[in-house]
Design a protein around this ligand. Structure first.
Ligand code: NAP
Length: 488
């Protein structure tokens, strides 16, 4: 089968309706919404455009399924996740192609995301069996303390377009393990990956109503009835800080347990004792993974002055060799950005820095032709006032700035309202620990350019979020603690 035939086969096979109470159905009124391939700007299919009534039906289904689902043996919940882990592996090629078509990244990157996404199912299949409580003698020995953990209850997940599958499994995995039912709303630009994931979970035995999926063009209109529903217990959101703030405000009325995985502005620090070859490798991963459209993307490179120019030159040489193109084509390293707005924003940030005296060592332009491509770019001599250093870029642009000493480096790294992740390259163990202690972030890559790992607590501090996904902490976001004072 040619690649063009495979493209139409996977798009045709993907579900395009809403999943409510175990049934695939059209949106009320039959409205649809186009899904676009960002590498061509052309529509690839239409999906259901849900109404607020559809959203209400989805939360009704989740609420109805909650009690039975919570009573399901942990073994069964774990086995469903394990089967889904295996099936994601078996279907990785098709799911990766579907993802590349709606999101743009290369097939290799989409496949890596499917592997990463599946890891959450593997991790949480085990966690289903490790939900514990405790029993102890009270301090005065007059009574006993019994502590039990129970599922939080119906949960609402809103996910972004940049990791269309993994940002789902990071929430669905622990919810299934804990015994929570859910409604998921994927980003309107990348709904197909989530719909395909829901279909796969149903095949693995997830009962009707446990996972409901709504897709639509008006995220606020379809979210409102769910967030306002008194039976909803939890809201878990991955997306921008701007939208996160609004959702925290909306969840106040219902006093929802809220998990927020928000934006980042990751500093990448390179000290003059660092292994520069390793730092360049790490920088390429931290900057170029997902075309720079990752919350963990290195947003600014703070480099010790003696090595700053050499680093910028060497990084530019690597970035300049990357081949732009459709993610489905062989030999392509970098796909398009998600849409025209995102590309304009990236270009605007580069222009702002250049207008203030910075210079592009490589890239800095929009290539001709269809699709939302942007050249991999390194910008040197970036002044402190440049928006490039302050705002989340979400594109293949690396600003480089020198620092004089460790104190200045830490202060520069922390000079942001964000606090998701930082990267530190140094060969000095004492310095490494000092700097890690001084950084105001939820995660740090120490001499490595990637932190994502299903077995580790992913999340941010400051305005990068509330809560953690993955690791030992992940399941606790979906459990309530109940204390029973026992009279003996
Ligand atoms: P976004 O604009 O905040 O959208 C994220 C999701 O929220 C989408 O499903 C969107 O739906 C929905 N949404 C937007 N406005 C809403 C509203 N008023 N009510 C309810 N839902 C609403 O973010 P994005 O551009 O998709 O994703 C990029 C952002 O996500 C970046 O800031 C990135 O750092 C962050 N991110 C964070 C993490 C993390 O773990 N910390 C991981 C990945 C991404 P529509 O598609 O319909 O607009």
């Amino acid at each position: 089968m040619s690649i063009a035939e495979r493209e139409s086969t996977v798009v045709e096979a993907a579900p395009k309706q809403l999943l409510i109470g175990g049934e695939w159905r059209d949106a009320g009124g039959g409205a649809t919404l186009a899904v676009e391939d960002p590498s061509t700007g052309e529509a690839i299919c239409e999906i259901a455009d849900a109404t607020p009534e559809d959203a209400q039906a989805a939360i009704d289904a989740a609420a109805e399924a909650q009690a039975d689902w919570a009573a399901t043996p942990p073994n069964e919940r774990g086995e469903i996740l394990w089967r889904a882990f295996e099936l994601l592996g078996e279907r990785a090629d098709d799911l990766a192609l579907l993802m590349t078509l709606e999101m743009g990244k290369t097939l290799a990157e989409s496949k890596a995301e499917i592997t990463y996404a599946a890891e959450f199912f593997r991790w949480f299949s085990g966690e289903a069996l490790r939900i514990d409580g405790y029993f102890k003698v009270a301090g005065n020995a007059a009574s006993r303390v019994l502590v039990m953990r129970q599922p939080v209850g119906p949960s609402y997940f809103i996910t972004p377009w940049n990791f269309p599958n993994a940002m789902g499994t990071r929430k669905i995995g622990p919810a299934v393990a804990a015994g929570c039912t859910m409604v998921v709303k994927p980003a309107q630009q990348t709904p197909l990956s989530m719909l395909a994931l829901a279909q796969l979970l149903a095949e693995c035995g997830l009962p009707p109503g446990v996972l409901n999926v709504i897709t639509g063009s008006s995220s606020s209109a379809i979210s409102a009835p769910i967030i306002a529903d008194r039976r909803l217990r939890k809201l878990s959101f991955t997306g921008s800080t701007e939208v996160g703030r609004k959702l925290i405000a909306q969840s106040a009325d219902n006093v929802l347990k809220a998990s927020m995985e928000l934006g980042g502005n990751a500093p990448f620090l390179i000290f003059d004792d660092a292994d520069l070859d390793a730092a360049i490798e790490g920088a390429m991963i931290a900057k170029m993974r997902n075309i720079g459209e990752a919350c963990t993307s290195a947003n600014r490179f703070h480099v010790a002055e003696p090595v700053a120019s050499e680093f910028a030159e060497r990084l530019a040489s690597r970035m300049g060799k990357l081949r732009l193109g459709r993610g489905v084509d062989d030999g392509v390293d970098v796909g398009p950005l998600i849409d025209a707005d995102q590309r304009s924003k990236v270009d605007e940030l580069v222009r702002d820095a250049v207008d203030q005296g910075a210079s592009c060592v490589v890239g800095g332009a929009i290539p001709d032709g269809a699709g939302y491509f942007y050249e991999p770019t390194v910008v040197a001599d970036v002044p402190d006032s440049a928006r490039l250093l302050r705002e989340e870029i979400f594109g293949p642009v690396a600003p480089v700035k020198g620092f004089a000493d460790e104190v200045e480096a830490i202060a520069a790294a922390n000079d942001t309202e964000y606090g998701l992740v930082a990267y530190v390259y140094t060969a000095d163990l004492k310095r490494a620990l000092r700097v890690c202690e001084g950084l105001e972030t939820g995660m740090i890559g120490l001499n490595q350019g990637m932190v994502s790992n299903a077995g580790a607590p992913f999340g941010g501090v400051k305005q990068s979020g509330i809560g953690r996904e993955g690791g030992n902490e992940g399941i606790h976001e979906f459990l309530e603690t109940k204390y029973v004072a026992v009279n003996v």
